[in-house]
Write a protein that binds this ligand. Structure first.
Ligand code: NAD
Length: 484
């Protein structure tokens, strides 16, 4: 046992009110390496109280945009300073190679904090021409106010980056927050809160309560003084959160799962599409909401493309992610290992052709071989359900209309990619695909200035970009009766 993590509330560390803990397990060795406090309803109440007290005191919410921007900028500098520490914390917790968060998650998180310095200064209102008041003239204008205390509930797959997506935007808007990291990955959120304290954020603006979703997460959703829940995670939990929050008229943003199509037309650059599809399938062991796991390929190149993708899958070096030549570590937890293997077996049973990988045997560490299925149908479980592992399903189409119909034949609508040399077709298909984000000849670009979110079972609301910051504000209209 090497570390024990406590809640961070109003600038200080606390054990759970009943003293209970959750073990943290290393996915490579399956050994317990630490623990964190198992938060209770009382702990949540204490943290929300601290966030509410600070909100009402106004030491953050009443600062002008430039002052908020100054602290956000300091926090960005500190996150940049601690890039390797934060990347290692996330990577070790889920068995990912630290090179990935160093190259992707951390630069994106830092860019988000820097972009938020601009958002803090752009929360402007409008003047609105109106009909007056019983014949007298009026002036109506709007202001943007912080929504209040936010409950930020975060998954385990990219813990720091997703925490920062929420934090940067809500801080720019002047909100205070209680963060609930995943029970598997509390480390980087706690380190981030400590960095915010070092940057000079007033105590109580950022609080972290560790623990289970059904306990800490639910208590946040039910708390009367939490104004908004910003949730990233599974559709199942999202559905429950929306139900709970709905009764209390709480604002909710849901960033949920996906089964994103990558549509490869016959005129696409074969190499570019292959590289993009492999990246979209295998980065972070496929444990990524935007994973491009439904590969729709024109019939004329489907066999060749599927075979090349299978070669790419076999070339991925799987093993202990701390070794420099290893590209893919284990999946993050036992439940994930069982889930991925169950779907691989389902793919075989339902008649898809297994070209690479397959069901893994449970040796030490939850390693899954990158797996490619071909000759699949869109109705199969491996084409409809989010597997959240390194599994790609190749489906053939004959026409553009069929490609669009297949892409949209999903309960999800998070992201999509169109691979083609015909830009007219690319824009036509991008418009026709029902998804929150479409890449043309690129897989799901990460950019702090772009809004991110889904439609259908992929969620409600957008985070990222200026739209993300606006989502943490209420628009208030003020009308003045003018004299004369
Ligand atoms: P999960 O839903 O099991 O848990 C996510 C978080 O919610 C955790 O902190 C968990 O403790 C908490 N939680 C669980 N049940 C809850 C409840 N009833 N009330 C309140 N909180 C609850 O998801 P996960 O396994 O951690 O993450 C994987 C899922 O997240 C996948 O579906 C993935 O696609 C999705 N995801 C989406 C995005 C996006 O931007 N759309 C990004 C990353 C991950």
């Amino acid at each position: 046992m090497t570390e024990h993590l406590k809640h961070f509330i109003a600038g200080a560390s606390f054990e759970a009110s009943d003293g209970r803990c959750i073990n943290l397990v290393n996915p490579v060795t399956e050994q317990v390496y630490g623990s964190c406090a198992r938060g209770t309803v009382e702990d949540v109440d204490r943290a929300v109280g601290a966030a509410r007290h600070q909100l009402e005191r106004g030491a953050w919410s009443q600062l002008d945009g430039a002052q908020r921007a100054r602290l956000l900028s300091k926090l960005a500098d500190l996150v940049e300073r601690d890039t390797d520490v934060l990347a290692d914390l996330d990577a070790n917790a889920i068995g990912r190679s630290p090179l990935e968060p160093r190259r992707m998650d951390l630069p994106n998180a830092i860019a988000n904090l820097r972009a938020a310095t601009g958002w803090a200064n752009q929360l402007e209102g409008r003047t609105i021409p109106s009909g007056g008041y019983f014949g007298a003239k009026t002036l109506s204008y709007t202001i943007r106010e912080p929504v209040g205390v936010v409950g930020a509930i975060v998954p385990w797959n990219s813990p720091l980056m997703i925490t920062v997506w929420k934090l940067a935007a809500l801080l720019a808007a002047g909100c205070t927050v209680v963060i609930k990291p995943s029970e598997e990955t509390p480390q980087s959120a706690l380190h981030l809160a400590a960095l915010a304290q070092e940057a000079g954020f007033p105590d109580g603006v950022i609080n972290v309560v560790t623990g289970y979703g059904g306990e800490v997460g639910r208590a946040l959703c039910e708390h009367p003084h939490v104004a908004k829940i910003s949730f990233t995670g599974s559709p199942e939990a999202g559905r429950e959160i929306q139900r709970t929050a709905g009764v209390l008229f709480k604002r909710v943003a849901l960033e949920l799962g996906g089964k994103s199509p990558q549509i490869v037309f016959d005129d696409a650059s074969f190499e570019d599409a292959l590289r993009g599809c492999a990246l979209g399938l295998f980065v972070n062991q496929g444990q990524i909401c935007a994973a491009g796991s439904r590969i729709l390929v024109h019939r004329s190149l489907a066999d060749r493309f599927a075979a090349a993708l299978a070669d790419a899958a076999r070339a991925v070096k799987v093993g202990d992610p701390r070794q420099p030549d290893i590209q893919m570590g284990p999946v993050a937890k036992k439940a994930q290992f069982d889930r991925v293997n169950r779907y691989i077996q389902l793919g075989i049973d339902q008649g898809a052709s297994l070209l690479a990988g397959g069901v893994s045997s449970p040796e030490q560490g939850w390693f899954v071989q990158p797996t490619i299925f071909a000759n699949a149908r869109n109705g199969m479980a491996i084409a409809q359900d989010e597997i959240f592992g390194p599994v790609g399903t190749v489906i053939t189409f004959d026409s553009e209309d069929e490609a669009v119909a297949l892409a949209n034949d999903s309960t999800y609508g998070l992201a999509a990619t169109v691979w083609t040399a015909d830009l007219v077709r690319a824009h036509r298909v991008a418009a026709a695909v029902k998804a929150g984000a479409v890449g043309i000849n690129c897989w799901s670009p990460l950019d702090a200035n772009l809004p991110w979110g889904g439609v259908k079972a992929s969620g409600i609301g957008r985070e990222g970009g200026f739209s993300g910051a606006l989502a943490y504000t209420e628009e208030k209209v003020i009308t003045v009766l003018l004299p004369g």
